[in-house]
Write a protein that binds this ligand. Structure first.
Ligand SMILES: Cc1cc2nc3c(=O)[nH]c(=O)nc-3n(C[C@H](O)[C@H](O)[C@H](O)COP(=O)(O)OP(=O)(O)OC[C@H]3O[C@@H](n4cnc5c(N)ncnc54)[C@H](O)[C@@H]3O)c2cc1C
Ligand code: SF4
Length: 314
């Protein structure tokens, strides 16, 4: 559990952060961004893909904005959950992450960029060594994936962040910035179906903020989460739904913790034509959780039907 040594940088502006990233990349050095550190630090203590350099976003002023139409990457989940300015669905999903202590440090940026999880991987170094590692952190051994063996192209570790589905159904846009300048995209296009690559962030880029259109305040919704212990566990399945008040045609539904990415189910919503039972069945068919979190995939998949109905009926 000893933290591996790393060099920590604390830039005080976005420009300085991008310059430090560019400098490290030019020198051929690997680094991680750190925000609240509630996921990165435990991973480092377990020697999971730690890097020799870490750039913190904590000393940059102005990254913690919270309003109906914008949330900065360093906004703490506790502050979002207590905010009367944030969209109620975002506040409610933020309040369901981990425990109250963790939410005081945890940020929305870190939540959206959360590493994927797998019980063959989120273990101490000794434990992973005893099973001769796995593909995602193979320590140069070329070890196989333990969940889907004999392929080693794809890691199917599970994305278990709570906020992404809630933001997806509100049509959130993510703003990225790095040495090559800023860019933005809908959150639904941010993730990559690979437990190792995870998302479209390029080397040196970080997630700056999340924005919503001005009419997001017209939307209502719900986030439903299945977890082992209500007090702090990661989602074993999660379903968010949102719609414009009084207009069923605008329904959007997204899931988390069932695959390597959170996913919005536009196709299934269209096919179901407003029939929630049918929609639950279609989403049940669309997702294929694998056996790498605490609860069995069959149970998690079956629970989708319940969570979809609860999210839509609320
Ligand atoms: C006991 C426990 C329970 C937890 N339960 C939950 C849960 O129920 N639901 C849940 O969603 N999460 C849970 N988590 C995970 C974590 O606490 C949260 O996801 C949190 O929001 C992560 O934010 P952070 O600021 O601490 O991220 P960090 O740990 O600082 O970073 C997480 C990852 O994101 C990257 N990163 C951080 N900020 C940025 C950025 N702005 N741009 C680009 N990359 C960035 C880091 O490099 C790192 O890879 C839990 C953690 C623990 C320890
Ligand atoms: S899905 Fe496979 S490669 Fe990915 S972390 Fe799990 S065992 Fe490792």
């Amino acid at each position: 559990m000893l933290m591996p040594p790393f060099e920590l940088y604390l830039p005080v502006s976005i420009t300085a952060a991008c310059e430090k990233a560019a400098e490290l990349l030019a020198g051929g050095f690997e680094f991680d961004w750190i925000a609240g550190g509630t996921d990165l630090i435990p991973n480092y203590k377990w020697h999971i893909n730690s890097k020799p350099h870490v750039i913190s976003l904590a000393n940059i002023d102005g990254l913690d904005s919270i309003s109906m139409t914008e949330v900065g990457c360093m906004a703490r989940l506790h502050d979002i959950s207590e905010s009367t300015e944030a969209h109620p669905l975002v506040a409610s999903a933020a309040g369901k992450v981990a425990s109250s202590l963790i939410r005081r440090n945890a940020t929305i940026g870190g939540n959206l960029c959360l590493d994927t999880r797998c019980f063959w991987f989120n273990q101490s170094e000794e434990w992973r060594s005893s099973i001769d590692w796995c593909h995602k952190c193979d320590c140069g051994t070329g070890a196989d994936c333990r969940v889907i063996p004999n392929q080693n192209d794809l890691c199917v570790a599970t994305y278990q962040g709570d906020l992404a589905p809630a933001l997806m159904v509100l049509d959130a846009t993510v703003h990225l910035i790095g040495p090559n300048g800023p860019r933005k995209m809908p959150l639904v296009d941010f993730y990559r179906l690979d437990g190792m690559t995870k998302n479209v962030l390029e080397k040196g880029e970080f997630l700056l903020k999340v924005t919503f259109s001005a009419d997001v305040s017209q939307m209502v919704g719900s986030y439903q989460k299945l977890r082992v212990r209500e007090s702090w566990d990661f989602p074993e399945a999660g379903v968010a739904a949102a719609w414009v008040k009084g207009d069923r045609e605008t329904l959007k539904v997204a899931t988390t913790a069932l695959e390597s990415i959170p996913r919005r189910h536009d196709e299934q919503v269209e096919q179901a034509e407003g029939d929630i039972k049918q929609l639950a069945q279609l989403i049940f068919k669309a997702v294929k959780p694998v056996n790498n979190t605490s609860l069995p995939p069959r149970y998690r998949r079956n629970m989708i039907k319940v969570l979809v109905k609860r999210a839509c009926s609320e």
